[in-house]
Design a protein around this ligand. Structure first.
Ligand code: PMP
Length: 383
């Protein structure tokens, strides 16, 4: 079959290697939130009310506005305000998850062959977007590159778990203005901080210099990690003129995000969001601590890692240049998995890194899981 250039450039996710149906697998491979945190009765109550009210058919099941329903955009404004970004509904586009916001923002501002500046390792879903669009990923220190786009996850990076310090945030905003480019701030984990102080986000810094209308930063938010990814609710925040253009692009793709699910999200954000994120922080903080403790006692000197202050991931560098793909094969035989670091780099980089996700599995299994991983590691050294 003769596929188009764009279809030929699309690559499967590097995360596939770790996928398994094996029921006894202790999995550190996922970036999924824990479904026991999904507030099912509350969501059901909101849905019931939406579908039983007068005029429900027209209000909830009809087409609505392309940018997203206004009550939801107003709720998002409130969340953004708390994160230091003053904005109105005209600055918000509701997307089908933040992945759509990422694809549309990159598509809107970069043509095939242009450069996107991103620190590696990079979130696989972003790498896939850049590859599909024919963009080349360059490192921040590439002297000759003049990027059309800069991409950053400033809070609790996927996969490294790290946060960008304030000086680096300010420097990025300076750089994007100097380059006349667009900075994509991808922030699905920003509200999941377990310790330490919040730093201002990139759009907050950018808009704070003059106004959001002169900013060159597009902020991507998501309910996937804090409420439920199956809702597919994300948002882009930026200058109203850019949001209007992106709304046209979204119309071409899928007309609008679902009306009913947007109403459900708006209802949930109004009364339940703060409680839900608080509960999530508490559960994930304990899991992070459990995984750090398991690494300390079971994995020890086999690798080095940083303690993430939030998010879902711990990034481990294996000592002695152990090949993470070989380790994964051996580990899966022993009933434990993870994502090899090469999924997050170009040109075979991070072959000796692994990403461990602690959000989705039972922390009672962490110790056993890391003990299996240590065994798999030692088998490779010996054998
Ligand atoms: N950006 C990052 C850094 C992510 O980790 C994810 C989810 N894995 C996304 C974007 C996409 O999330 P969603 O489309 O579900 O909002």
């Amino acid at each position: 079959m003769q596929y188009s250039q764009i279809a030929r450039r699309t690559r499967p996710s590097g995360i596939r290697a770790a996928q398994t149906e094996r029921p006894d697998m202790i999995s550190f491979s996922k970036g999924h939130p824990d479904p026991s945190l999904f507030q099912v009765p509350r969501l059901q109550g909101i849905l019931d009310a939406l579908l039983s009210g007068n005029g429900a058919a027209e209000a909830s099941l009809q087409y609505s506005t392309g940018a997203g329903i206004e009550p939801l955009r107003r709720e998002i404004c409130r969340i953004m305000q708390e994160r230091g970004v003053g904005c109105g509904p005209e600055n918000i586009l509701i997307t089908n998850g933040s992945q759509q916001g990422l694809f549309m923002s990159a598509m809107a501002f970069a043509d095939p062959g242009q450069h996107v500046m991103a620190r590696q390792p990079v979130y696989t879903g972003a790498l896939q977007v850049f590859q599909t669009l024919g963009l080349s990923v360059v490192e921040p220190d590439a002297a000759d590159a003049s990027p059309a786009l800069l991409y950053e996850i400033p809070n609790f990076h996927n996969p490294t778990g790290a946060c960008l310090d304030l000086a680096a945030r300010t420097a990025l905003v300076d750089q994007v203005h100097r380059a006349g480019a667009i900075l994509i701030e991808d922030d699905p984990y920003g509200l999941l901080r377990y310790e330490g102080e919040d730093l201002p986000g990139l759009l907050a810094i950018d808009a704070g210099r003059d106004s959001i209308e002169t900013a060159r930063t597009l902020y991507l938010g998501s309910l996937s990690k804090t409420v439920a990814p199956g809702l597919r609710i994300g948002w882009v925040v930026g200058p109203a003129a850019i949001i209007s253009h992106l709304t046209d692009l979204k119309y071409v793709q899928d007309i609008q995000s679902g009306t009913l699910v947007q109403q459900l999200a708006a209802g949930f954000l109004k009364d339940d969001f703060n409680g839900a994120t608080e509960a999530a922080r508490s559960v994930y903080r304990d899991r992070r601590d459990a995984l750090l403790a398991a690494l300390d006692t079971r994995f020890g000197a086999r690798g080095g890692w940083i303690r993430p202050e939030g998010g879902f991931f711990i990034w481990v560098e294996l000592d002695g240049g152990i090949d993470a793909a070989a380790l994964l094969r051996r580990a899966m035989e022993k009933g434990v998995n993870f994502v090899p670091g090469s999924a997050f780099g170009t040109g075979g980089r991070f072959a000796s890194h692994i990403r461990l996700g602690f959000s989705h599995s039972d922390p009672a299994d962490f110790d056993r899981g890391i003990a299996r991983l240590a065994e798999a590691h030692d088998d490779l050294i010996v054998g």
